[in-house]
Design a protein around this ligand. Structure first.
Ligand code: HEC
Ligand code: HEC
Length: 391
């Protein structure tokens, strides 16, 4: 007999708004964690574009809030156009390869599947199983709303109730004003409602120039088919982020977070050509962060950009030395797997005293430009209208 395919439709704009409202309550509810202290919003804080609040990017969780995470908390904004993960995506270079999916390694196929991970992860919200989550839902102040939407007996069907909770979280994460406001200065500039300062304009130029920053090659900066840019192409690359000694998992010298090829994701473990590759993150709201790259190794935008500038010219500044004095470049991957390293500009691809693709001044200009990607900009409407002959 052929297996029945059960299709769970993703919520869309026409979904019942009561479901999104319920999802909002779930998102902010700390009682859904074993510790009673951790909500989705604790790590994904609305005041920081649903990314981590200061000093919280490498968050603690678990029943006693003492178990460390191993990856930096991403912002949840601008995921609405993330394609599902596929190894057969036509890439920007014309080849076919992996792109899309949620989390740093693309292993979650949808927002509702993703939500399952933190609710059950022992070092995050730490519920033993879906039924444990449902028992908490049943005691929550919004339990009546749950019954109203899904039936009086909903809590007697734990698998069904859990699935609805995940879908409600997904519906909330599709609230446009919260999750894709497109309200940055750069959006206003694209709409012709703001002008960039000289420095921001120079930063944009370096960002887009293929021989200089070349940033837009991966962090797309131009509108596509009328939709504003997302500052990611959802492809995977190995940038060579140095190992972060502050991560508890890294106390084990044999532990490596290799992104696409595991260990968090298990289906591509034998694809060594993918090791070290992580999904290009959006740069929208990146200036609100204080930890950068999948392992949170860097603490400021300036440091990230100096790494882009110097990784190949001055690798000794970024990586430790081996016992024989050579530099242990790309030290967060086993030595045999380092050949996936990306070497296009702004990287130079070779070691040894070359002039970098971006200068120190370019770095300051890039930072000024990246700061225009923060949501919540209000255009100086009158000044702008006056300068452009308006009333
Ligand atoms: C302890 C902190 C923490 C909590 C609590 C938490 N998250 Fe996350 N979240 C993370 C981290 C870290 C990642 C990156 C995980 C990875 O790459 O494996 C992440 C990734 C995500 C992503 C993928 C984002 C992307 O760019 O692909 C989504 C969506 C998400 N979380 C939603 C949620 C929801 C919904 C909840 C509540 C049910 C939640 N998170 C609770 C830390 C947290
Ligand atoms: C080859 C594609 C590519 C190019 C070119 C590129 N990036 Fe990235 N960028 C990535 C990937 C992939 C990551 C995540 C790497 C990781 O976490 O290991 C990243 C991460 C970042 C981050 C950290 C974001 C965060 O949330 O942690 C910043 C900031 C950034 N890039 C800025 C830039 C700038 C500015 C340029 C140009 C000077 C640039 N990138 C060029 C692919 C690229």
């Amino acid at each position: 007999m052929a297996a029945l395919m059960v299709h769970v439709p993703a919520p869309c704009a026409s979904a019942d708004p009561a479901i999104g409202e319920l999802g909002r309550k779930l998102f902010f509810d700390r009682s859904l964690s074993a510790s009673g202290r951790l909500a989705c919003a604790t790590c994904h804080d609305p005041h920081y574009a649903y990314g981590p609040p200061p000093h919280k990017a490498l968050a603690l969780g678990g029943p006693r809030m003492d178990l460390p995470g191993s990856r930096a908390v991403p912002s949840l904004r601008y995921l609405e156009r993330a394609p599902a993960f596929s190894e057969r995506t036509v890439l920007k270079d014309g080849g076919v390869g992996p792109a899309g999916g949620l989390t740093w390694d693309g292993r979650a196929a949808s927002l509702h599947e993703q939500a399952r991970i933190p609710l059950l992860a022992p070092n995050e919200m730490a519920n033993a199983d879906p039924a444990a989550v449902v028992r908490k839902l049943e005691r929550a102040p919004y339990a009546p709303a749950f019954r109203k939407l899904y039936g009086a007996d909903v809590f007697r069907r734990p698998e069904f109730a859990f699935e609805q909770a995940l879908l409600a979280l997904e519906a909330f994460e599709h609230t446009p004003s919260e999750f894709y406001p497109y309200s940055s200065k750069y959006d206003a500039y694209l709409r012709g409602e703001a002008t960039l300062s000289e420095q921001e304009r120079r930063g944009l130029e370096v960002f887009n120039h293929p021989d200089r920053g070349n940033c837009a090659n991966c962090h797309s900066s131009a509108s596509a088919q009328g939709a504003p840019p997302l500052f990611t192409d959802f492809e995977f690359d190995n940038i060579g982020a140095p190992r972060n000694a502050r991560l508890a998992v890294n106390a084990d010298p044999h532990y490596y977070d290799m992104g696409l090829c595991g260990p968090a994701r298990t289906d591509l473990a034998d694809h060594s050509k993918y090791c070290g590759m992580f999904r290009t993150p959006t740069l929208r709201n990146v200036a609100l962060r204080d930890a950068f790259f999948h392992n949170g190794v860097f603490g400021s935008l300036r440091e990230v950009l100096q790494f882009y500038q110097q990784r190949d010219d001055l690798p000794w500044k970024w990586y430790p030395r081996n016992a024989d004095g050579t530099i242990d470049k790309v030290n967060d991957l086993p030595a045999a797997l380092r050949r996936t390293l990306d070497v296009d500009p702004p990287f130079m691809g070779r070691e040894g005293g070359q002039t970098g693709a971006i200068s120190d001044d370019d770095i300051e200009d890039l930072i000024a430009f990246l700061e225009t990607l923060t949501d919540g900009y209000s255009p100086p409407a009158r000044q702008f209208a006056a300068a452009h002959g308006g009333r």
